[in-house]
Design a protein around this ligand. Structure first.
Ligand code: ZN
Length: 133
C-alpha cells in the first residue's frame, strides 16, 4: 500500500525561529510556506533526499497543532506515508479494522489529498496517508 515515507510532521511554536535551525544550521532549504485554513496551520516543507520535513505552526490558539504543543510540547507530530490511491487505501485500512480520523480524503498542504489514521490503531503514532499529483 505504502510507496515511501512522504514526510515527517513536526509541531513548532514559531516557524521562523525553527527555520533558523533547519535552514541556517542543518542547511535544508524551505520549498515555501503555505497556510492551510482548515487545519489552522502554517507549514513549511523542507525536502531532504527522497522525503521532506514538514514544520507546522498553529495559526489559532484552538488549532490541532496548538493543542498538540500544549499537551506534548514541540516535537514530531505525525508521519506521512505516500500512497498511490488514497480512496482505495482508506477502504483497505477500514476493512482491516484500522480506526480512521478521516474517512474521506481532505486537502493537505501542497495540494495533496490526505487522511489521518487514529494513533490508537497505529502503535501510538499519528499516521497520515497522502496521495500527490
Ligand atoms: Zn503532514
Amino acid at each position: 500500500m505504502v510507496k515511501k515515507l512522504d514526510h515527517i510532521g513536526i509541531a513548532v511554536k514559531d516557524l521562523e525561529a525553527s527555520l533558523k535551525f533547519y535552514e541556517g544550521i542543518l542547511g535544508l532549504k524551505s520549498a515555501g510556506t503555505e497556510v492551510v485554513e482548515e487545519q489552522k496551520v502554517r507549514v513549511a516543507f523542507l525536502p531532504i533526499g527522497d522525503t521532506e520535513v514538514e514544520l507546522l505552526e498553529s495559526t489559532e490558539e484552538d488549532g490541532p497543532i496548538a493543542k498538540f504543543i500544549a499537551k506534548n510540547g514541540e516535537g514530531i507530530q505525525h508521519m506521512a506515508y505516500r500512497v498511490e490511491n488514497i480512496e482505495e487505501s482508506i477502504a483497505e485500512l477500514k476493512k482491516q479494522g484500522i480506526r480512521m480520523i478521516d474517512e474521506k480524503p481532505r486537502y493537505g498542504a501542497g495540494g495533496a489529498q490526505i487522511a489521518f489514521c487514529h494513533p490508537k490503531s497505529t502503535n501510538g503514532v499519528l499516521i497520515e496517508i497522502c496521495q500527490r499529483g
